[in-house]
Design a binder for this molecule. Structure first.
Ligand code: TMP
Length: 214
């Protein structure tokens, strides 16, 4: 079972994913946690280039191909082997991030992005996606607090420093994707307490696991 987590900056994807991983392990499942960009050794080299606010003048197309290089290698070296070994794989961001950030955000053609995503993944699609949704201003405030706490304001601020309008397009892009694929993408209200977010993610995961077992 392959599950991705998506959302705007500061939505709390990483926290929700860590809580779900812990809950699934307590129930006896083997779980692999990973993320994009940066879930494989190539991606760990690419992540600072992509997210560092000091990466100057990167074109939208060059940015796209760096994310896709990370994805192609990540699927090949980490995600597929983990799935084949029977793990539940939880991934912080996947193909939907490209559709909304490089599509709704940067203005690249969404149909072309879908095709190139397929090329990068070899057709691998998440079985389930949790879209953590919250107002943009709140997300950016949370991301700002996290960056200052982690001292990452310079090293990972390239997307955080985009305009409010950019992030609003991302949020709306995600909601449109969820409306197109309601059976895969579950919208989770990210303003709820973490325990409630976990309960929702856990019950959707268990339902999907039951569906597969039948
Ligand atoms: P995060 O891992 O802290 O969420 O940051 C990753 C950033 O990279 C985030 O701003 C979204 C962006 N991104 C894209 O623009 N396209 C992609 O395909 C992916 C995976 C991430």
């Amino acid at each position: 079972m392959f599950i991705s987590f998506e959302g705007i900056e500061g939505a709390g994807k990483s926290t929700a994913m860590a809580l779900l991983a812990e809950a699934l392990r307590l129930r006896g499942h083997d779980v692999v946690e990973t993320r994009e960009p940066g879930g494989c050794s190539l991606g760990r080299l690419l992540r600072p280039i992509l997210l560092d606010a000091r990466t100057d003048g990167l074109s939208s197309r060059a940015e796209l191909f760096l994310f896709l290089a990370d994805r192609a290698q990540h699927v090949h070296s980490q995600i597929r082997p983990a799935l084949e070994a029977g793990n539940i794989v939880l991934c912080d961001r996947f193909t939907d991030s490209t559709i909304v950030y490089q599509g709704a955000g940067r203005g690249l053609d969404p149909d072309a992005l879908r095709r190139i995503n397929l090329l990068a993944t070899g057709g691998l699609t998440p079985d389930l996606t949790f879209l953590l949704d919250l107002p943009v201003a709140l997300g950016l405030e949370r991301a700002g607090i996290r960056n200052r706490r982690e001292g990452t304001v310079i090293s990972e601020g390239r997307f955080d420093s985009e305009s409010l309008n950019f992030h609003e397009r991302i949020r709306q892009g995600y909601l449109a994707l969820a409306a197109e694929e309601p059976q895969r993408i579950a919208i989770i209200d990210a303003q709820q307490p973490a325990d409630d977010i976990l309960l929702q993610c856990l019950s959707a995961t268990e339902e999907a696991l039951r569906g597969r077992a039948e």
